[in-house]
Design a protein around this ligand. Structure first.
Ligand SMILES: *Cc1c(COP(=O)(O)O)cnc(C)c1O
Length: 375
């Protein structure tokens, strides 16, 4: 299209992109973004409040986030040189692609997965090679042979594995991830955003695999989504390169302090974590009687596919369920934009009262005699 004005100088590939849209609904239970549903633990909130009262915010933050990286050493068992903190793990994904990706280079992902890998690839002018997950026995598996074939392509630089996978919720078989690591010397990113919920990590394998990069975040289990703190663990060599492309003050002082104190108050967050996991165990069997496929989950959310004869009907059903829940002040995530996601839903485990409301709303829109949605 012929453009007038300065936009004609904007990169065509950026103009072609669809922006990430985070929907905001003011009221009701927010079960759409996999956040920790609880308010901050009191001990944490109190300490943070006292701390910031005297903190020198007039000064730039510590560019190297030394205190936070030190605290993360204790939490992860890695050394400070193997850790980089970032403005959410979203930024870490960008830093990796700024360092290893670019025009003419490719990122290998397995759909359906977290959208930011593809978006960050496009920011840097690269391409996505999609090796779809395999749906097997009611869960999702990595296509190891397909991933390795894609990784072997000249232009491939980075393979991303989200574990547990967002939005499907499951962890992949560890031997499959190891097989990918063993089969390529390209970078293998393992996104462990939901590590605290799954309890599974490849952190102990970093030494063994110099191409392994692990991403984590404070946004989910630690309830700091609004403060934007993530971190990357990899070899010192990889971390050193990533430091070159980040903004010098990428994580603000308030967020650095909050993350340090969160780790000091680990016990309080672990208590919340246990409550979320208990709710997950309670909720899952109660979701199963409804006419949708409930996928197994290792995270704090559950992936659902309404039963339908056709894809079209399934899309319609998921939209109607989403709207019916919204009408009852319950916001869940309606997924789409790809054949594997069309007509699916993702629901975050909420506080007990929110989960009760969800179950009650589902009862209202379900007809047990006909065994179908009564929408
Ligand atoms: C939520 C999420 C992140 C997020 O990160 P921020 O640290 O908030 O930027 C990263 N990866 C996955 C898979 C997520 O679901």
């Amino acid at each position: 299209m012929e453009m007038k004005g300065p936009l004609k100088w904007a990169r065509q590939d950026i103009r072609d992109m669809v922006p990430y849209q985070a929907k905001v609904y003011p009221d009701g239970a927010k079960l759409d973004a996999n956040e920790n549903p609880f308010p901050w633990p009191q001990s944490f909130a109190k300490r943070l409040q006292e701390d910031i009262a005297t903190y020198p915010f007039t000064r730039y933050p510590d560019s190297e986030a030394k205190e936070l990286r030190q605290a993360l050493c204790d939490y992860t068992g890695r050394s400070a040189e193997e850790i980089l903190v970032s403005n959410g793990s979203d930024e870490a994904i960008q830093l990796i692609l700024l360092t290893f990706g670019g025009p003419g280079l490719a990122t290998v992902i397995s759909h359906p997965t977290f959208v930011m890998y593809g978006m960050a690839t496009r920011y840097v002018g690269g391409q996505v090679i999609d090796v779809p997950l395999k749906e097997e026995e009611g869960t999702y598996r990595l296509d190891v042979a397909g991933l390795l074939a894609a990784a072997a392509q000249e232009e491939s630089r980075v393979i991303v594995i989200c574990n547990p996978n967002n939005p499907t919720g499951n962890c992949f078989a560890e031997e499959d991830i190891i097989a990918v690591l063993e089969g390529t010397d390209k970078l293998v990113i393992v996104d462990e955003a939901y590590y605290e919920f799954s309890g599974k990590s490849l952190v102990s394998r970093l030494q063994e695999f110099p191409n392994l990069v692990i991403l984590r975040t404070f946004s989910k289990a630690f309830g700091l989504a609004g403060l934007r703190v993530g971190y990357t663990m990899a070899s010192q060599e990889i971390i050193r390169e990533m430091h070159k492309v980040r903004q010098p003050f990428n994580v603000n002082a308030f967020s650095q302090r909050a993350a340090v104190i969160a780790l000091e108050e680990l016990e309080a967050f672990q208590e919340q974590l246990r409550a979320i996991l208990a709710e997950r165990e309670r909720l899952l069997p109660l979701l199963k009687p409804f006419p949708w496929q409930v996928y197994p989950t290792d995270a704090n959310y559950v992936f659902l596919r309404p039963f339908a004869e056709t894809e079209e009907e399934q899309v319609k059903l998921s939209q109607t369920i989403h709207q019916a829940l919204l009408d009852r002040a319950l916001l869940v995530r309606k997924l789409g934009g790809a054949p594997s996601l069309n007509g699916t839903l993702r629901i975050t485990i909420g506080e007990p009262s929110e989960n009760d409301k969800l179950l009650q709303a589902l009862e209202e829109i379900y007809d047990p005699l006909q065994k179908r949605w009564a929408l």
